[in-house]
Design a protein around this ligand. Structure first.
Ligand code: CMP
Length: 138
């Protein structure tokens, strides 16, 4: 079935001028862009987005990093969107990411790893709604 996932291009990749190349890879992989914008999180809002990681040792750094520059959040649509998108982006740690994945090509470190991808249909909907209102999701 056709379904949706949520992604955002992270500050390191936007800062480096890689958003265009990343969006091109996403479209060539067969994803339709449902919604897209360029914006910046405050540390507080980054903290809300990553609330599930609040107890992790990397949480404070992550919130600082994710609010350090502009990001490009998107809602994407495709058959098997969540799983196929995670294959396209590769492992969280770029050292473990497969050749040809977005993180292998563009990520700098386990933290500055270029791009986010939702881990379930349920989180894709929650995360998409964090950035986009209903009238922006077509
Ligand atoms: P993502 O999977 O999009 O969401 C959680 C983020 O936390 C992850 O990408 C990385 O940016 C970051 N992260 C995950 N694990 C670590 C870690 N061990 N050290 C630092 N940052 C991490």
């Amino acid at each position: 079935p056709t379904n949706r996932t949520f992604t955002m291009i992270k500050p390191d990749a936007v800062q480096d001028g890689n958003s265009g190349s990343i969006i091109k890879m996403i479209e060539e992989a067969g994803f339709r862009i449902v919604a897209l914008k360029k914006t910046q999180l405050t540390p507080e809002r980054a903290g809300q987005f990553y609330a599930v990681h609040a107890e992790r040792p990397f949480y404070n750094d992550l919130c600082k990093y994710m609010s350090s520059g502009q990001i490009v959040p998107m809602i994407l649509e495709k058959e098997n969107a969540v799983a196929d998108f995670r294959t396209l982006i590769g492992a969280t740690n770029p050292a473990n990411a497969d050749e040809g994945t977005i993180r292998k090509l563009f990520a700098k470190s386990i933290e500055a790893n270029a791009i986010h991808g939702s881990d379930s249909d349920e989180n894709a909907e929650i995360e998409g709604n964090f950035f986009f209102g209903g009238l922006e999701q077509f």
